[in-house]
Design a protein around this ligand. Structure first.
Ligand SMILES: [Zn+2]
Length: 431
């Protein structure tokens, strides 16, 4: 939060509660004394805050095996930890072609989800109706009482205005400036946060994934188009216009294939799902013995990115040539980013890398071949910790960080003159 914002007493209480929850999430189980030590809060404050959190079921006590010394004085030490099943959050991933709603626990573990296609002719009203009905069906399937649901994290694969709660635009759809947050809050009576999916995925890696405790991260998401999210000094960096990380439109090939943005030779034309298929088709057309012809009865127009990676995994030379071309273009861009930003870690996510080593291994090789000679350091390139669940975990994490591990958490014991400040929802990554 800005140093120019002051604090009143209710906000201090909310911030202290958030500090206790975050401490238990990151370092628990811990004895009360250790929670106080780490948060710099007094024993009586810890007792009050922990009492509330125990009553609400967000935290639980677990006994430790008593040592002989403890037995003598008759005290049973207890540890505190987050009670993972003490509440639920929902996520809604709005992709270009699919909508996925997810229910998860307080550690962002996926308990269930529903996926449905998003047709291109769906109106704005039709989309909002579909989203609400999918969430209601998911809650009914899991017999979830609404008073145990802390909020919804909506993560579209498009541009959003998180502050005003708007989905500005989504690839493949003509919708503009949809008031998703206000609409869902009104129709479901639950708190709603919105963030674009690539930033929420980076948040998920930082809080629950392989990037816990690192200070800077670059997350690359290979999907319908290529997204990139930057975390610098534990803050998501969005740029002045919210447009940072448009890696897919970095030009990598002079006079290359046309891109949806109107330019030619963007990285999307080579390494996005569409680009991978385009490159592989071109290779197959000059290799009639390629196993790429074995998919879909030889109809190359039906080829998918996963087919290409599968053929490469199985040793098909044409598919492997395609993968090397993709890995080279993508690897050069990632290496450039590493040389500019020097991040602690680069996480690559997306079904194509997770389904196959055929892309990740050459990608790693290309990146290291550029980064190592310049820095003397091997690049810290990792696969996402969440596999294909990444976009689902991202929505859950957004909801948890906005409404549970945040000063915006509201408990039944909070007084009515103590409402959360909306701006608190945006306080995210600090330890
Ligand atoms: Zn482009």
């Amino acid at each position: 939060m800005s140093e120019l914002v002051g604090s009143n007493l209710p906000i201090i209480k909310r911030q202290n509660r958030s500090a206790v929850l975050k401490t238990l999430l990151r370092h628990g189980p811990l004895p009360r004394r250790e929670v106080g030590f780490r948060t710099l809060l007094t024993p009586s404050t810890i007792t009050n805050l922990v009492g509330e959190l125990l009553d609400q079921g967000l935290v639980r006590e677990i006994p430790v095996v008593a040592s002989p010394r403890h037995d003598r004085v008759g005290r049973r030490p207890v540890l505190l930890e987050i009670n993972s099943s003490g509440g639920y959050v929902l996520g809604a991933y709005v992709g270009a072609t699919t909508l996925t709603v997810t229910i998860g626990d307080l550690r962002a573990r996926v308990l269930g989800y529903r996926q449905t296609p998003l047709h291109r002719d769906l109106s704005e009203e039709g989309f909002l109706d579909l989203l609400v009905s999918e969430i209601k069906l998911l809650l009914a399937e899991h017999a979830t009482p609404l008073d145990r649901v802390y909020g919804i994290g909506v993560t579209p694969a498009g541009d959003v205005d998180a502050h005003r709660g708007l989905l500005l635009r989504l690839p493949e759809h003509p919708w503009r400036d949809l008031p998703l947050v206000a609409d869902l809050q009104a129709r479901l009576s639950l708190p709603v946060a919105i963030e674009n999916s690539r930033e929420a995925m980076a948040l998920a890696e930082m809080v629950f994934g392989g990037a816990q405790g690192v200070s800077s991260l670059v997350l690359i998401h290979l999907a319908w188009s290529i997204g990139c999210s930057l975390v610098i000094d534990q803050r998501v960096y969005s740029g002045d216009h919210g447009g940072a990380g448009r890696l897919g439109h970095v030009v990598v090939e002079e006079n290359g294939a046309p891109c949806s943005c109107g330019k030619r030779g963007c990285l999307n034309t080579i390494a996005s799902a569409k680009g991978i298929v385009r490159i592989a088709r071109a290779e197959a057309e000059s290799a009639t013995d390629s196993t790429l012809w074995h998919f879909h009865d030889g109809d190359l127009s039906q080829l998918t990115d996963l087919d290409v990676l599968k053929a490469a995994d199985e040793g098909d030379p044409a598919a492997q040539r395609a993968v090397w071309r993709i890995a080279t273009a993508l690897g050069q861009v990632i290496a450039n980013l590493i040389l500019v930003l020097d991040p602690s870690m680069v996480v690559v996510a997306g079904r194509v890398v997770e389904a196959s080593n055929a892309l990740f291994a050459p990608l790693h090789q290309v990146v290291d071949s550029i980064v190592y000679p310049a820095t003397g350091l091997a690049s810290n390139l990792q696969l996402s910790a969440f596999g294909e669940e990444g976009p689902r975990v991202a929505g859950l994490t957004l909801a948890l960080q906005s409404f549970v591990y945040s000063p915006a958490l509201t408990l039944p014991t909070d007084t009515a003159d103590d409402p959360p400040d909306e701006r608190l929802n945006r306080v995210w990554l600090e330890a």
